[in-house]
Design a protein around this ligand. Structure first.
Ligand code: FAD
Length: 404
């Protein structure tokens, strides 16, 4: 187990600098263009693959970092560059997390690298849980997976919505119900390999922010996959279902296990946006003159910046704590993973709005990036569990009461 330390070791510092340099020289300059185009920034993902940042190897290295901090550090830097492009680069990691948290080591080794492909042939992954009638309420998924024993195949039918990389991904990790009577305890995750007949993209959504990240519906129409693509294997699933039918607690739900693991890294992305906006507004406040003095000389402006910085640092402490706890096998007894995502997400919305206020009219127009950063920030109070759902998780954890 690694002691918790705020001093990054040499490796971590080097990687932080490496990701920061990439974010500064490649990602940030491209932010405006891909926001306007609302398209997947393939050349940037390919560039990230070339330098090794978009790769199974790098993500594995980050996951295995003893302190648990590396993924959070990399995610903060990328989102500091641009959150939409950052998510286009990090989106596949959610598919990978779906495999890592529910699959066997063999499944992870076989499919993990395919979530990223190679620098010559970049691939994407998606993690598909949400449905038109089941977002926060994951227990009511309608997508069904039925086992065809004669052929040892699973047949999936249903519609997923709001899926990052949905339809354009090579690997889709899909959560489906195998026994609807059991709610979320009757669900399992499946890998849908590239080119599987029956999987198609529905509508692509036009969004308020993170517009370089592709979000679309995924339609599953009699999708047939081999039995071996059930994550965790049939024996494990049968045991889990038997326990659930007897009313015993099972180790966890397919979707929830993935979200628990990924929340701190999502919080880290929010943190990156907040830091970008704070730095930009601080520089601006020192330069901009009104009434014959720099606007930062007014307490009304300086105190905003003081509060922004305080909230950013508090967010980082929560994100790093949760990342360290997750990696070192500490249970989130008070919903610490949710705390990190909740606070960092709401901080990003607050700080980017304050940055616009500090910049006045210049903050509101597209010549400066802060209006984009504000639009980008809002998703962090919605996806991977809304702020309300995070508060529910925390409130239940600290009280032991099943708060609704
Ligand atoms: C850009 C984008 C990318 C996404 N990417 C993915 C992805 O890759 N994979 C995926 O599976 N999903 C993805 N999602 C879906 C996202 O996780 C859901 O939108 C989110 O979980 C909320 O679900 P919902 O939209 O159905 O809202 P609802 O669940 O309908 O919630 C509506 C409102 O009611 C509140 N609410 C609901 N239940 C409660 C309660 N019990 N107590 C208090 N308040 C409550 C919510 O907090 C919210 O304010 C993405 C969404 C977006 C917009």
């Amino acid at each position: 187990m690694a002691d918790f330390s705020m001093d990054l070791n040499e490796d971590q510092q080097q990687i932080q600098k490496w990701v920061h340099d990439f974010a500064e020289t490649v990602v940030r300059p491209a932010g405006h263009e891909w926001d306007e185009r609302e398209e997947t920034p393939w050349p940037i993902i390919e560039e990230a693959a070339k330098v090794g940042l978009y790769s199974f190897d790098f993500v594995s290295q980050a996951f295995f970092d003893e302190s648990g901090l590396l993924m959070a550090i990399a995610a903060e830097e990328l989102a500091w560059g641009d959150a939409g492009i950052g998510l286009a680069i990090l989106g596949s990691t959610l598919g990978l997390a779906g495999i890592a948290s529910n699959g066997t080591p063999e499944q992870l080794l076989e499919w993990g690298p395919q979530c990223f492909g190679t620098p010559e042939k970049v691939q994407l992954a998606a993690f598909a849980v949400s449905e038109p009638d089941a977002g926060s309420d994951v227990s009511s998924l309608r997508t069904r997976a039925v086992y065809d024993e004669a052929k040892d195949e699973w047949v999936l039918n249903g519609t997923k919505t709001w899926i990052t990389n949905g339809g354009i991904a090579d690997i889709h990790v899909v959560v489906a119900s195998v026994d609807p009577d059991l709610g979320s305890r009757g669900q399992a995750s499946f890998i849908i390999p590239p080119g599987t007949p029956g999987l198609s993209q529905g509508q692509k959504f036009k969004k308020m922010g993170i517009r370089a990240s592709h979000t679309a519906e995924v339609v599953l129409d009699d999708v047939r996959i081999p039995g071996s693509l059930l994550l965790g294997g049939k024996e494990h699933l049968d045991e889990k279902l038997a326990r659930a039918r007897e009313g015993k607690r099972s180790a966890g739900q397919a979707a929830m296990k993935t979200f628990e693991a990924s929340r701190p890294a999502v919080g880290a992305q929010a943190l990156g946006i907040a830091r970008a906006a704070y730095e930009y507004a601080l520089d601006y406040a020192k330069e901009r003159k009104a009434f014959g003095r720099a606007i930062i000389e007014n307490q009304a402006i300086a105190f905003k910046l003081a509060d922004m910085k305080t909230r950013i640092d508090a967010s980082r402490l929560l994100v790093w704590r949760a990342s360290w706890m997750a990696r070192n096998g500490k249970e989130f007894n008070s919903g610490e993973g949710s705390m990190s995502k909740l606070y960092a997400g709401e901080t990003a919305v607050h700080v980017t709005e304050e940055a616009i206020q500090i910049m006045g009219g210049y903050g509101y127009i597209r010549e400066h990036p802060v209006e984009r950063w504000h639009r980008d920030s809002k998703i962090f109070t919605i996806f991977e569990g809304t702020s309300e759902i995070q508060r529910l998780v925390i409130a239940r954890a600290i009280s032991g009461v099943h708060i609704k």
